[in-house]
Design a protein around this ligand. Structure first.
Ligand code: AHR
Length: 824
């Protein structure tokens, strides 16, 4: 665990302090050009050099793989600050700069542009020359700090290798019984966040378009492009079959400038069909109603049908209108089908323009038009999330500045919204836009948590130059020149971007009587305010100068205009490292109320870091654990997540929100694994991890009750002993009170290989006014939690409880005991 590591580290430090070493050493770069890691060699006499097998820092420039490189690195030290300058690549005209106070932790890198090619060339030449002979003298302490960093990395690697289930195998072979006692101290209670459990929604792996968003027609507006996905264009997902009709894509007279492409069918003799394949086919249910709509312009008649295996299951006919007009129909499917298609047939010689061809099941979640897929939304709602974070993830800061998410482009009439490429290599219709997100939050009783870019795109962007280092420009940096960036025809600067964020608050919370923005919301069907309380700024960004300048500008602007809004900041993509450290420094210095931590780690990491939040400062900035998951969907993953969550709940006075990520993934279109819920057109497939999240969501509390655990075991041969301390690593517990109901909730996670008897001592008189029959939910694995994908779930057990009572928890299980307060 973290503390164990710290003890080892300080032991090393004190040993080193007595060792016979000089006060200072020589250091020089010892690295191949074009690699990612900056390594060094050191020398005592400047003659004999020792390579240091640790990384000073990695190049963090640009996109993964091809760009994160360094050339000609040079080190310097002015007696206070270490500094390194390197060339990230020889083509973009940028240099990279990073600094350190201790030679171990380096600042997030900055990549300033050099104004002219010749100056850049000169810098490259100087760097190349200097790096070859670059030797500096540094205090020995710097080297020691670097060794300590490596020690920490080694310790983590050891954790990663540690087969913690190995110990349980020994237990399994030798244990006759295992017993534990949990002593609950009802006098030791602290307030915890009632909003700990929420969800992270991002349009990744077809989560929105083709997923939760119930639209059944793919590329309904002919706006797909090769930017969305290599090889795609305005005709993707459509095909023309038969003769007598020509089909072209035009842009000269669109319905709206934000949707420039539309289809033109010119028919001489009827017989051809324009066919849409839907999202892996259109799934229909017998007897169900579907809302069909399309814009037409021109002259002539059409038939629109839903066809499966050559059979028409529903159809309607229509006449094109002279000007663009949306025509709407309700059609009923005469049979169920897995892979139907939508077929448009000209019925006469005609000339017809078509756009925005849409098909929705009438039955959406809560019956909203332009709504959400009911089965998926219901499974999400069952998680009882207290908040929904949207629209990403990386989808929010985007692939280059042009792809930064603009909420205003996602509200209003569908054909006025601006579709865009999706960083996950497909297309965002923005049909599921901010109005729909807010509405969904309201429907499921969750707070909306929009997270928007901090004026910089994804630091790993491959588009738009060198990643986020080209942040949105400030007007003053443009020297009167127009911004090279725009969205929906408006020039984009940091000033306009801040205004856009302020407008979001006004749109969500304003009064339609006095606010034009609030009128847009009211027109969409929600005159009452949405009561937006949180706004996330940034998504796991590189905390360099480009970012900080924009982040501060945005946060100051929002706090000044809307002090009632709680800002959620960002601290990088990992649980450690320079973005994490410098993100936290910024948060503390600027009193940012909450920051968003992200980590996707192994089960071993979680096993060894259940105390991760124990030493977090309780004052000031709180944590939103916004993206986390262990790497897998097996029972052992869910079990470790339950164990970790029990400890996060114990620390929910500092971790005020959390969300597993990602939430959804469509089979066959998954760009990230693991996910919480998989689905296809017909089925929703919650994972074992889902049931853990759901149990925590449905059994959340707002008061944490301290408890102590002791465990013992008897071996079959009476010889083998297993320390209570060691056994304790395999059992986690959390006791909370839900003040709204008064219920007392006990969660028990057992990573032990055999059934365990747990004695629970609530202390005298605790259960006065409580039911003596508790509700017990148990999810258990079988013999091999590393390979199983399903829980055995029993949600409807009862348990007789008193001030002391016992419960048998199965091997590899997660149990929730809910003791109801008697209603008055
Ligand atoms: O959850 C998937 C991705 O992981 C998110 O988009 C991003 O924020 C993180 O790197």
């Amino acid at each position: 665990m973290k503390h164990l590591f710290l003890t080892i580290a300080s032991a090393f430090l004190s040993l080193a302090a007595f060792a016979n070493h000089p006060d200072s050493v020589y250091v020089r770069p010892d690295v191949q050009n074009g690699t990612r890691s900056f390594q060094i060699a050191y020398s005592i006499d400047k003659v004999h050099w020792t390579h240091v097998n640790c990384t000073l820092f990695d190049s963090d420039y640009g996109t993964w793989g091809s760009e994160k490189k360094l050339f000609h690195p040079v080190l310097s030290y002015d007696g206070k600050t270490y500094r390194s300058v390197f060339i990230p690549n020889l083509k973009n005209g940028q240099i990279a700069i990073t600094e350190s106070e201790d030679f171990a932790l380096w600042t997030p890198q900055d990549y300033p542009y050099i104004s002219s090619d010749s100056e850049f060339q000169q810098i490259v030449e100087t760097q190349e020359r200097v790096s070859k002979t670059n030797v500096i003298r540094i205090p020995y302490e710097g080297l020691q700090n670097l060794f300590n960093k490596q020690l920490r990395a080694d310790q983590n690697n050891a954790f990663e290798r540690d087969d913690f289930l190995g110990a349980t195998d020994v237990l399994k072979k030798n244990a006759k019984s295992i017993n534990a006692t949990i002593k609950v101290n009802m006098n030791d209670v602290k307030d915890i966040s009632p909003d700990l459990m929420g969800i992270f929604f991002e349009d990744i792996s077809y989560a929105a378009d083709g997923g939760l968003y119930a639209e059944l027609i793919q590329n309904r507006d002919f706006e797909y492009t090769a930017d969305d996905h290599r090889g795609w264009d305005a005709k993707t997902a459509w095909k023309l079959e038969g003769n007598g009709t020509t089909w072209s894509i035009e842009t000269s007279a669109p319905i709206h400038k934000n949707n420039p492409h539309y289809s033109v069918l010119k028919t001489t003799t009827p017989g051809a069909k324009l066919i849409n394949e839907g999202w892996d086919g259109i799934t229909l249910q017998k007897g169900k109603k579907y809302n069909l709509s399309l814009f037409t312009k021109g002259a002539g008649a059409l038939r629109v049908s839903l066809v499966s295996d050559g059979k028409s299951l529903a159809s309607t006919t229509l006449k094109a209108t002279k000007e663009w007009k949306q025509q709407k129909f309700t059609i009923t499917s005469s049979a169920s089908a897995d892979k139907a298609s939508l077929v448009i047939e000209p019925l006469e010689a005609s000339n017809i323009d078509l756009d925005f061809i849409s098909l929705f099941p009438q039955e959406t979640f809560k019956g909203h038009p332009n709504g959400l897929r009911k089965d998926l939304a219901e499974v999400i709602a069952d998680l009882k999330p207290r908040f929904v974070r949207f629209p990403g993830g990386c989808a929010t800061h985007g692939q280059g500045i042009d792809n930064i998410y603009h909420w205003q482009a996602t509200v209003g009439d569908l054909w006025e919204r601006q579709p865009d490429m999706n960083i996950w290599s497909y297309h965002q219709t923005r049909g599921l836009g901010f109005f729909e997100y807010f509405q969904f939050c309201e429907d499921i009783g969750a707070e909306p948590l929009p997270v928007l870019a901090a004026g910089v795109p994804c630091q790993n962007s491959w588009k738009g130059g060198a990643g986020q280092q080209g942040g949105i420009p400030f007007e003053k940096d443009l020297n009167g020149k127009p911004s090279p960036y725009s969205y929906m025809g408006k020039p984009l600067t940091m000033e306009s971007y801040l205004q856009e964020l302020l407008d979001l608050i006004e749109w969500a919370n304003g009064d339609p009587k006095t606010s034009a923005l609030a009128q847009i919301r009211a027109k969409a069907g929600h005159p009452k305010p949405f009561n937006l309380k949180y706004l996330g700024i940034g998504n796991e960004d590189l905390i360099g100068e480009t970012f900080l300048k924009r982040y501060r500008f945005i946060i100051e602007g929002i706090q000044k205009a809307h002090p009632e809004i709680t800002i959620v900041g960002t601290v990088g993509p990992f649980w450690e490292g320079s973005d994490y450290e410098y993100g936290w420094r910024e948060a503390k210095e600027k009193h940012i109320p909450i920051v968003d931590e992200h980590y996707y780690n192994s089960i071993n990491w979680y096993f060894h870091h259940r105390d991760f939040y124990d030493d977090y400062d309780r004052q000031g900035t709180k944590v939103y654990l916004g993206e986390w998951a262990s790497k897998g969907n097996n029972v052992i993953n869910a079990l470790m997540e339950a164990a970790y969550l029990a400890n996060v709940e114990r620390n929910a006075d500092v971790v005020v929100m959390s969300s597993y990520a990602p939430l959804l993934a469509k089979e066959g279109h998954t760009s990230w694994n693991p996910d919480l819920i998989y689905f296809n057109n017909k089925e929703v497939k919650p994972t074992v991890n889902y049931f853990v999240q759901r149990a925590f969501g449905q059994n959340a509390g707002d008061k944490y009750v301290h408890s102590d655990l002791q465990a013992s075991f008897t071996s079959t041969n009476g010889k083998l002993t297993f320390q209570s301390d060691n056994l304790r690593n395999y059992i986690d517990k959390s006791v909370v009170i839900d003040s709204q109901t008064g219920d007392l909730i006990i969660k028990l996670v057992s990573i032990l290989p055999i059934e365990t008897d747990i004695n629970i001592d609530l202390g005298e008189e605790t259960l006065k006014g409580y039911s003596t029959t508790a509700h017990l939910t148990v999810m258990a694995g079988d013999d091999n939690p590393k390979n199983e994908r399903d829980w055995r779930i029993n949600e409807n057990q009862t348990l007789t409880v008193g001030n002391t009572f016992s419960v048998k928890v199965p091997a590899y299980s997660f149990s929730v005991i809910r003791i109801n307060k008697n209603k008055k």
